[in-house]
Unconditional design. Structure first.
Length: 253
């Protein structure tokens, strides 16, 4: 659920802790003075927050530098494993990677953004961004457009109003009506294509996984534009739709 920050009460100390955590994620490790300058609180307050995080395993200290602790890995794995039918989806994503020799992904939507929560690499796969768990805008990817195509139009408008349609490359859709027209096409054909909309010279195809009640997520196959384009119509789309249709049948029975 997307919420309006002005209408939602927050606890200042919690926000500060999250700011520290997010800063450590961005820089890998940092000293107390660096964190203090970035977050905008005193060094003594930073030290107190870090001491708590370190005691609970969410921060680790090496010399005078702090970094994120491995407890976050456990939390991330737990969150991912709670996605409905994750094991079945993971198995098929791995199978697709082996069949196509490309990069395959399972993506979900949360808070109006796309999150890659599992990825598999075939023999010739290109290892490109985003990293696992990194939020991205839905309108810039095949998986995101596949998910948006299955959401109610009002929900799509809500997402656009909140996150906008920022431009990532010269091919990114930045016009609302153009996006809606493409989502109608995606809905009719059952899959979306991303041709350099989030990363130049890269092409991906994505199809949604629908349940009786909602869109569970989307599966994508990605690779260099020329190689993928030559295989798109006669191989990639058939394999992709075969897997998502198989999943939908199994999940609804």
């Amino acid at each position: 659920m997307i919420t309006n920050d002005k209408e939602t009460k927050t606890i200042k100390s919690d926000v500060t802790v999250l700011d520290i955590i997010e800063y450590l994620r961005e820089v890998d490790s940092a000293r107390i003075t660096e964190i203090s300058a970035e977050v905008g609180i005193s060094k003594s307050s930073v030290h107190a927050h870090l001491a708590t995080l370190e005691q609970r395993g969410y921060a680790a200290k090496e010399g005078d530098q702090y970094k994120l602790g491995m407890c976050f890995l456990n939390l991330g794995a737990s969150a991912r494993n709670k996605v409905p039918h994750f094991d079945s989806i993971r198995e098929r994503v791995e199978r697709l990677a082996n069949q196509t020799d490309e990069r395959t992904q399972f993506v979900i939507e949360e808070h109006g953004q796309a999150y890659v929560i599992f990825r598999s690499f075939g023999q010739y796969a290109v290892r490109a961004r985003p990293r696992i768990g990194q939020p991205t805008h839905l309108h810039t990817s095949a998986s995101g457009k596949a998910i948006l195509s299955g959401l109610p139009r009002e929900r799509v408008r809500e997402i656009i109003d909140y996150w906008g349609l920022p431009q990532k490359t010269e091919n990114t859709i930045t016009d609302r009506e153009t996006l809606f027209e493409e989502l109608d096409e995606v809905r009719d054909q059952g899959y979306a294509v991303n041709t350099g909309e989030s990363q130049g010279r890269f092409l991906s195809a994505g199809a949604p996984i629908r349940t009786d009640e909602s869109i569970l997520g989307a599966i994508t196959i990605s690779g260099p534009e020329k190689r993928m384009h030559d295989r798109l119509d006669d191989e990639i789309i058939d394999l992709l739709l075969g897997v998502t249709n198989e999943l939908e049948l199994n999940l609804t029975n």
